[in-house]
Design a protein around this ligand. Sequence first.
Ligand SMILES: NC(=O)c1ccc[n+]([C@@H]2O[C@H](COP(=O)([O-])OP(=O)(O)OC[C@H]3O[C@@H](n4cnc5c(N)ncnc54)[C@H](OP(=O)(O)O)[C@@H]3O)[C@@H](O)[C@H]2O)c1
Length: 229
Amino acid sequence: MQLLTSLYPTTGDVEVEEAYAYPPAGNTVRANMVCTLDGAASGGDGLSGSVSGAADKRVFGVLRQLSDVVLVGAGTARAEGYRPAKLPIAVVSGRLDLDLTAPLYAAAEHRTLVITCASAPADTLERARAVADVLVCGDARVDVAEAVAALHARGLRNVLCEGGPTLLRQLAAAGVLDELCLTISPFLAGGGAGRILAGDPLDVPLATRLTHLLADDDWLFARYAIGRP
Ligand SMILES: NC(=O)c1ccc[n+]([C@@H]2O[C@H](COP(=O)([O-])OP(=O)(O)OC[C@H]3O[C@@H](n4cnc5c(N)ncnc54)[C@H](OP(=O)(O)O)[C@@H]3O)[C@@H](O)[C@H]2O)c1
């Protein structure tokens, strides 16, 4: 059992599993991201691990335990060296520039899903099909709303998006993001690090509502409900 200190809406110790429980029915798309006090989504090495910490990693683990599938962009899977997990991982990639011999594909207990589009290179698509469940969602690019619907259609109700910023922006823009779990890490990173959403500004900034705020020493764990446009 993992405990954190609740600051809002209650005060006192809370079980992390309970605090992050998904709604008992229906489908949910939740994102889990970390950023520093100055808004950096990664440290000087370009990775999120350098702005993360022990408590953040514990929450990250619990969020996975509670979810049915991890949804991640190929950029993050490549940069962070994603490995097989106790739940299926769905990788979004248009170019299919994936190391299909890596354990994420070749040795996953739960077969990895590759979500791609019709314009993906045909030869790589065939090789991907040999080691992963391939979903083709969209023509020139992956249509993320279609991708989310395809995951739900497979019975994967609780989708945990672990980024990265390119994918997260699209989920937000497509109106399919229900929740953002944001770790506010007590660092100032400086430099030109990206933010947790990348790409063009959203037409209208998405409104959110704070549903809880937890703490572990200097670390804050906020959970926001996203207003559907
Ligand atoms: N702070 C945090 O919580 C956090 C979380 C995750 C990642 N990160 C950091 O973010 C960095 C990676 O950022 P990123 O924005 O490049 O990563 P990303 O969103 O994980 O990946 C971008 C890639 O995903 C694929 N993709 C995304 N949307 C697509 C679409 N609609 N159609 C087709 N392909 C699509 C493309 O892959 P192909 O090129 O294969 O087509 C694209 O290059 C890493 O350095 C990582 O450390 C930070």
